[in-house]
Design a binder for this molecule. Structure first.
Ligand code: NIG
Ligand code: FE
Length: 409
């Protein structure tokens, strides 16, 4: 058994609601706290001195902190596209010179540009690029991250991406959750119709994902330039039948995706920048987690997800980075979430829960996201006296230490 502390404050985030608004007063703060760890899990959490006394005979090591630190659960980034090659700085400049994201996509740029670069990259190159982004994320406090395919867009290239993601898993202590996004856009070079492309994915890719255990999650981009409620139906119906979890890129530029997410009982509906009252009500009545991706708002210079309205309507709200070369090049979860906070007037509790246990719920992970007995010992600390400093410094404050399974990384 190992005791870690004393922390100035431990923000446990336990015993909070999965849905709806949260007040900062509801946050549990353990002062001068300690975390007792055994076999990678939290054994107990409480006063450092009391834990030290009570467990004197069982504690093997004490990791005694030499400076004031505040601990929170390790961050969960439940939506990323960090497996990619190339850059889209040209797109970024073009957008800022007046072209729209959808116009650039129509001209064959956009997502297809990254598809070409990713297809050309070898597995080794792609793995190195992905792993370096994983490492940067860990140093920013992210201990669990989802990673999507979606820049392959052929059976072989989608498998290549998911195998790269699989190969990264044993090379990092962070948890990597893969998702298949074969319905990112219709690949312009595909010799056939949209329906034929999707049929091929259903018949020849989905079974491989199962047999090779490459992922349990299926995603699609529902948007004018991508797929719509009608043509995506066979894809999500097949995914559902085969027992995959579903997640949706919804309402980014136009409403429409939320309805699809609710219809297929998705774990989450992500983006929602264009959601209106109808979509917000639909989500609030469902168990679909609403996901804000402020990094995409900052990358595109468009509206923020109506996070305040979603929470007030009773939705669960997760916040993720959407780190990708096109719309979300920043890839900094805490920076983008703290900016979302100021624009949408979110409480600190709402933002922290969106990057921890509510994000974990959207990945169907019940063993993390709060600091509590029996939970995975993933937590991070910052060199501050008060937890509010973390978001206040808008991403410029980096974690002092990151623990995964109770071990410092
Ligand atoms: O979540 N909107 C669709 N997919 C990504 C962008 C991918 C890209 O532009 O490369 C997103 O914003
Ligand atoms: Fe995305």
């Amino acid at each position: 058994m190992k005791l870690i502390g004393p922390f100035k404050q431990i923000i446990t985030l336990r015993n909070l609601a999965l849905k709806g608004p949260l007040k900062d007063e509801s946050l549990e703060i353990i002062r001068d706290g300690g975390i007792l760890v055994e076999d990678g899990k939290i054994k107990t959490i409480g006063s450092f001195e009391v834990l030290r006394e009570e467990n004197r005979d069982f504690i093997k090591t004490i990791e005694e902190l030499q400076s004031p630190q505040v601990a929170i659960p390790g961050l969960v980034d439940m939506h990323t596209h960090i497996c990619f090659a190339g850059t889209r700085s040209r797109d970024y400049a073009m957008r800022n010179a007046g072209k729209t994201y959808l116009e650039i996509a129509k001209e064959g740029g956009g997502i297809m540009d990254t598809v070409n670069a990713t297809r050309e990259a070898t597995r080794e190159e792609l793995e190195e690029l992905t792993l370096s982004r994983v490492k940067r994320h860990i140093s920013n406090g992210v201990t669990t991250m989802e990673v999507k395919s979606g820049y392959g867009l052929t059976i072989g290239q989608e498998i290549k991406m998911l195998k790269v993601i699989e190969d990264v898993i044993p090379k990092t202590s962070a948890s990597i959750i893969p998702t298949c996004l074969a319905a990112h856009i219709f690949p312009k070079d595909y010799d056939g119709t949209v329906q034929e492309y999707l049929s091929e994915i259903i018949e020849n890719l989905f079974p491989v994902l199962k047999s090779e255990k490459l992922c349990n999650r299926i995603d699609a981009f529902i948007e004018e330039e991508a797929f719509n409620a009608k043509n995506i139906a066979p894809y999500f119906e097949a995914a559902q039948k085969m027992g995959f979890d579903i997640t949706v890129h919804a309402d980014q530029f136009h409403a429409g995706g939320t309805e699809v997410a609710v219809k297929y009982n998705a774990l989450s509906a992500d983006h929602l920048e264009a959601s209106g009252e109808k979509e917000i009500t639909l989500l609030a009545k469902s168990n679909v987690v609403a996901v804000a991706l402020p990094g995409a708002t900052l990358g595109l210079g468009c509206a923020f997800t109506p996070a305040r309205k979603l929470l007030d309507a009773g939705c669960s709200l997760a916040i993720a980075s959407d780190w990708n070369p096109g719309s979300g090049p920043m890839g900094d979860l805490v920076t983008s979430a703290s900016i979302l906070q100021t624009f949408q007037k979110l409480s600190t509790a709402e933002v922290l829960s969106g990057m921890t246990y509510r994000a974990a719920a959207a990945l169907k992970l019940r063993d993390r996201g709060t600091l509590d007995k029996g939970m995975k010992a993933d937590f991070i600390s910052y060199s501050v006296d008060d937890y509010r400093e973390i978001l206040y410094q808008q991403g410029q404050l980096k974690p002092k230490q990151v623990w995964i399974d109770g071990k410092t990384v």
